[in-house]
Design a protein around this ligand. Structure first.
Ligand SMILES: CC(C)(COP(=O)(O)OP(=O)(O)OC[C@H]1O[C@@H](n2cnc3c(N)ncnc32)[C@H](O)[C@@H]1OP(=O)(O)O)[C@@H](O)C(=O)NCCC(=O)NCCS
Length: 147
């Protein structure tokens, strides 16, 4: 039987549970008491700073990505594909739509932060035309460990 077609969709705050389930299935760190709570997700989705894009196969959400911009630069965040659906080009579809979304918002530079040792993600972004900008330290100040 032919595999069902993949469709790229823009998601809303109502898709919170499904999005979070994919992040968890993909092993991404989720902060349910902080920036990944439903309340924060709804807040982040108000306005045009954040978009959440998904890929569905036969009605099932199989991958997601979150774009944000700060007015100067676009960011690709929280890219995740269900383990059983990997290596089918789903992440590339998500990156392509994330780029289209950010360019439509006026962003001419698009960036992603990738943890050391995440070879799959590094290979993916390099294959998508991103270059590794070395020599930057990522410093953060957090209001608590939960955020
Ligand atoms: C990284 C991740 C999103 C890739 O999703 P995916 O849908 O399997 O990726 P794609 O099928 O679109 O891969 C496109 C290309 O990226 C590269 N790539 C993807 N996964 C790879 C892997 N495990 N090892 C080496 N290269 C890989 C390959 O060049 C691949 O092309 P190919 O399959 O023709 O060789 C997925 O492995 C994942 O969800 N990982 C856990 C969450 C995560 O680390 N997210 C990134 C946070 S920055």
């Amino acid at each position: 039987m032919e595999p069902q077609a993949l469709t790229v969709v823009h998601l809303t705050a109502d898709d919170y549970e499904a999005v979070r389930a994919i992040w968890e299935a993909a092993g991404l760190p989720v902060k349910p008491g902080g920036r990944d709570s439903r309340e924060q997700f709804v807040r982040q989705m108000a306005g045009d700073l954040q978009a959440v894009i998904g890929v569905k196969q036969g009605g099932e959400l199989v991958g997601v990505v979150l774009t944000t911009h700060d007015g100067r630069k676009g960011w690709i965040n929280r890219l995740a594909v269900r383990p059983e659906h990997r290596r089918k080009g789903i992440a590339r579809r998500l990156i392509d739509e994330a780029e289209r979304t950010l360019r439509a918002q006026g962003m001419q530079i698009i960036a992603a932060l990738i943890e050391d040792g995440n070879a799959a993600s590094l290979a993916l972004f390099e294959q998508a035309g991103y270059s590794d900008f070395r020599g930057i330290h990522y410093l953060t100040k957090r209001d608590s460990d939960a955020v």
